[in-house]
Design a protein around this ligand. Structure first.
Ligand SMILES: Cc1cc2nc3c(=O)[nH]c(=O)nc-3n(C[C@H](O)[C@H](O)[C@H](O)COP(=O)(O)OP(=O)(O)OC[C@H]3O[C@@H](n4cnc5c(N)ncnc54)[C@H](O)[C@@H]3O)c2cc1C
Length: 458
């Protein structure tokens, strides 16, 4: 029996036959994440049913020096859960369920394999809101959300996943179970170890349970579309709204090319306002129509806004959102090379100009569109590879964009993580000393390097 066969025998003894799959019995869902990057059947798939089985599996794999790739809902956009043929995939699919909703503490305690949507629903039924929300809500798992420090739709108001986690249970590479479960807002007992695991993309430990913060349910919101004369006005308008009516639930900036494209893809492609303005912002505010109207009038007077539509019905609000939701059509209508980057909010406008200028200089006639959650300092930029010489020079474009991000002090990943796909570009945002410190942390928690090798650092 070779080493792998011996390890599999031990795993079957500890977890049971049904929890250790190999070959054709492994569903292709476990070959790659949403990116479909390098789909590969792992050497085996483990389906532990509780924390003790996760611990037993890691103890056995660690003793054998066997690499393990933690897998959640497989909706990641950075290749973080993609296995190699020699890796064992460890899926959290069977660790599902809400353990407790504590209304006094406003917390929900969950198992790591629970789908985000199930948590949202249970929390809503209890009269609260779980504010983490993203398009993959039905398939992604809270363990994956935590491991990637996911962002999503409501970050401007509620923060990233990191801001919503109070406690964690994590199984370390050698099988020790780290109990960091906690329901208290204030807890300053030494290092806040849970933060090391949030955003660690399965490289430091396997998350098995979590305590999450619940928020009060929001009231009704008002939808507003504004045309803006320039980028500084987008920042000034955001700050004005925050001062006068509070932080909006969404603040989505669209550059003109994106806005025109979104309108042209509507079923009825008629722009709700003239489409020659440089920028458009779609915002969702908790303020009443009248209060928002007053703020809008002041913004118009100050020249921050040049045109505006306050949605007067749910149907109108939905039709305005359809323009922003053009991104869902990208895979069908473009050959999209998508970027998820962060920059200090004041510099996002300069970055978009710089990036467009450099792309145009290098590949005249290329098509790139810009849009983003700028209140979270997050810019998305998509280059349509159909508009480039073939085969599209993907690495060259990535290097051009990420080096510009580095020049302006930004982050090459705002919310999707590094995984496999951004490893070569991490140095644009992380100094050599910071990188060494990350590697030292990895080595101390996982000295044999069995957890998700090759991810983040290469
Ligand atoms: C339609 C769509 C919309 C999306 N929108 C957003 C968005 O708005 N914002 C955003 O941030 N992301 C978004 N994403 C990306 C993705 O949904 C998130 O990254 C999500 O958090 C991944 O969760 P998952 O369970 O699918 O993790 P997976 O893809 O299975 O894994 C992701 C990473 O986490 C690790 N991991 C998974 N579970 C665990 C665990 N229990 N313990 C330790 N490590 C683990 C894996 O090893 C891997 O490195 C979107 C994806 C899709 C398909």
């Amino acid at each position: 029996m070779n080493d792998l066969q011996q390890t599999l025998t031990r795993l079957r003894d500890a977890l049971g036959e049904a929890q250790v799959l190999t070959g054709d019995s492994i569903s292709q869902r476990h070959y790659s994440d949403w990116t479909r990057h390098a789909p590969t059947c792992p050497a085996a798939l483990l389906l532990p049913e509780d924390t003790e089985q996760v611990a037993a599996a890691l103890r056995i794999c660690n003793a054998a020096g066997q690499p393990v790739v933690p897998q959640g809902g497989m909706t990641g956009l950075a290749g973080g859960a993609v296995p190699r043929a020699t890796d064992i995939a460890l899926s959290l699919d069977r660790l599902q369920g809400i353990e407790e909703i504590d209304a006094a503490a406003a917390t929900v305690t969950v198992k790591a394999g629970t789908a985000l949507q199930d948590i949202q629903q249970a929390v809503t039924d209890a009269g609260f809101l779980f504010p983490l929300d993203l398009g993959a809500r039905g398939s992604c798992q809270i363990g994956g959300n935590i491991a990637t420090n996911a962002g999503g739709n409501a970050v401007i108001r509620y923060g990233m996943t990191r801001d919503l986690v109070l406690g964690l249970e994590v199984v370390l590479a050698d099988g020790r179970v780290l109990n960091l479960m906690n329901k208290m807002i204030k807890n300053n007992c030494g290092y806040d170890l849970k933060q090391c695991f949030i955003g660690s993309e399965g490289t430091l430990g396997v998350i098995t349970r979590a305590v999450l913060k619940m928020a009060p349910q929001p009231g009704q919101s008002t939808t507003l579309l504004c045309a803006l004369p320039d980028y500084p006005s987008a920042v000034a308008l955001l700050r004005r709204i925050q001062r006068s009516v509070g932080t909006p639930q969404a603040y989505e900036l669209m550059w003109r090319d994106f806005f025109r494209m979104g309108v042209s893809w509507l079923e009825n492609p008629v722009s709700p306002m003239p489409d020659h303005h440089p920028l458009y912002v779609l915002l969702e505010s908790p303020a009443s129509d009248e209060t928002l109207q007053q703020t809008l009038e002041a913004a118009l007077e100050a020249g921050e806004v040049v045109d505006a539509i306050l949605a007067s019905s749910q149907a109108q609000a939905r039709s305005l959102w359809k323009i922003r939701e053009a991104t869902a059509e990208f895979p069908l209508r473009l050959a999209p090379l998508n970027f998820d980057i962060s920059l200090p909010i004041g510099q996002i406008g300069d970055f978009a100009d710089l990036c467009r200028e450099r792309l145009d200089l290098r590949w005249p006639g290329n098509r790139s569109v810009y849009f983003g959650h700028i209140g979270d300092s997050n810019l998305h930029l998509t280059v349509d590879c159909h508009s480039l010489p073939q085969p599209a020079p993907v690495f060259e474009i990535e290097e051009l964009v990420y080096s510009a991000v580095g020049e302006l002090g930004g982050a090459v990943s705002a919310e999707h993580g590094i995984g496999l796909l951004k490893r070569e570009f991490l140095h644009h945002s992380v100094s050599a000393d910071a990188m060494q410190t990350m590697v030292a942390l990895k080595n101390s928690l996982d000295p044999k390097g069995i957890l998700n090798p090759g991810k983040i650092f290469g």
